[in-house]
Design a protein around this ligand. Structure first.
Ligand code: XIL
Length: 441
């Protein structure tokens, strides 16, 4: 049995018993003694039968485990640690294999067993430069999306240039690692290059818009899982009909630019899933309810006009402490009724409002937020993919946003499944357990 470690090396589990056990873990992951037995789903403690009679929290356990290979290996080989099935038959596990998160225990595998694809946004230069992180991605993710490199500003440094190098690199990386890739985004009010803003002829801008979508979609035709065709077109605080945002595209192309973008994308790529993606729809409060209503109306209108839309993206930038439940569940069901798929496209949890700076407390609250949201969202079979907006806290965009610098300049955000050293956090387990609670596909 082979699987990838975090370092990207392949490790073999030699004994026939161990191989049999590993196979059982894959084929029957729900069985007792399965591999993915680090306590989860609300299990707070890890029990050590004879480690000075001490009961370890997950945090203590991981800290010990990663600190001293010898201690853990010795404890495991004498059967001291619960969760180490067949310790007599198997070779003494290394630290890494003891709480292994790879192979059948990865987010990728758990998602897949429940009809989901799990993945992450990435900053492409990080994937190119950091081999450990690239391995972690290939271990954990079934799909990747570039955070920035397919947006206009990055892709179109000038009217005549398309900078396909970085996203093409990422596409090759996904192919080498049996992953999917999605595209983000063909149209977003926050990524409009300066050179196009200088053009004051609306017909010319429209032509550039159509040419851009055509060229980019053709470049990747048949290769991507989905495209965020239009991102964040609704602004309930504006005064425009239908709640449309007063964006550069709206002002130059008029309200039809959304339909035009979807038709153009479909003409260039017959099969990629065309998605409308937005934020501010996740919380159970009046503001988010109004935005949900506006987006639903817009999408119903598109469907009735025969606009080729396949899916709706819910960005899922959550805030620790807010209420997630019925609102997002009903929203997803409304799209299910329309025959659309739903993607959770940019999941993370901002905890700048959490007063405590105790890491364990913060992580527990963040994990709870993941669980609450996913408990509402995942039961619906329309939900097909879940992506976090990066995989490690080291690269989160949330440390760079203005509100963070104002509210919590002295502490870093912890919004993602892996910490800055690529160690799993509570929300890793919250995600994995949430996948496991979903009815099997
Ligand atoms: C963010 C990127 O992560 C940042 O690196 C960049 O500076 C700004 O954009 N919603 C979206 C994403 O749809 O495109 C945004 O990505 C995060 C919010």
């Amino acid at each position: 049995m082979r699987w990838l470690t975090a370092k990207g090396t392949q490790r073999e589990n030699h004994t026939p018993q161990a191989q049999q056990l590993a196979l059982e873990k894959i084929e029957n992951p729900g069985s007792a003694g399965r591999g993915d037995d680090i306590p989860s789903a609300g299990t707070k403690m890890i029990y050590a039968k004879n480690w000075g009679q001490k009961v370890l929290s997950r945090r203590e356990f991981i800290a010990k485990g990663t600190g001293t290979a010898v201690t853990v290996a010795a404890a495991a080989s004498t059967g001291l640690l619960a969760g180490c099935a067949n310790s007599a038959a198997s070779p003494p596990p290394t630290v890494r294999s003891f709480h292994d998160l790879a192979g059948p225990r990865s987010l990728r595998a758990h998602a897949r067993r429940h009809g989901l694809i799990y993945g992450s946004a990435v900053v492409i230069p990080v994937v190119q430069r950091n081999a450990d992180f690239a391995s972690l991605l290939s271990e954990q993710c079934g799909i990747l999306v570039p955070s920035n490199e397919l947006k206009w500003v990055a892709l179109r440094p000038s009217r005549d240039a398309f900078n396909f190098g970085p996203p093409d690199f990422l596409y090759d990386f996904t192919q080498r690692n049996q992953m999917l890739m999605r595209g983000h985004t063909l149209c977003w009010h926050e990524s409009v290059p300066a050179w196009i803003r200088k053009i004051d002829n609306k017909d010319e801008i429209k032509q550039i818009f159509v040419d851009h979508i055509t060229t980019v979609c053709k470049h990747y035709a048949g290769k991507l899982h989905s495209w965020d065709v239009v991102n964040e077109a609704i602004d309930p605080n504006g005064k425009l009909p239908g709640g449309l945002r007063k964006s550069f595209w709206y002002e130059n192309l008029g309200p039809d630019y959304i339909d035009l973008a979807f038709h153009t994308a479909r003409a260039a790529d017959a099969n990629v899933k065309l998605t409308y993606n937005d934020y501010g729809v996740e919380v159970d409060n009046d503001g988010d309810a109004e935005k949900r209503r506006l987006i639903l109306e817009m999408v119903k209108g598109m469907k009735s006009r025969g606009v080729p839309i396949d899916a709706v993206g819910i960005q899922s930038h959550l805030n620790a402490g807010l209420k997630y439940g019925r609102g997002v569940a009903d929203y997803i069901e409304a799209f299910h009724q329309l025959g659309l798929e739903v993607f959770l496209t940019e999941l993370d949890v901002n905890d700048d409002e959490t007063v405590s700076s105790d890491l364990a407390e913060r992580d527990a609250i963040i994990a709870r937020t993941y669980t609450d949201f996913l408990t509402a969202a995942l039961p619906n079979p329309a939900v097909k993919i879940v992506l976090t907006w990066d995989l490690s806290d080291r690269f989160t965009w949330l440390n760079g946003i203005g509100s963070h610098r104002k509210k919590q300049p002295d502490r870093s955000q912890r919004p993602l499944p892996f910490d800055t050293d690529f160690k799993p956090k509570d929300c890793f387990y919250a995600l994995r357990d949430s996948f496991d609670r979903r009815k099997r596909a």
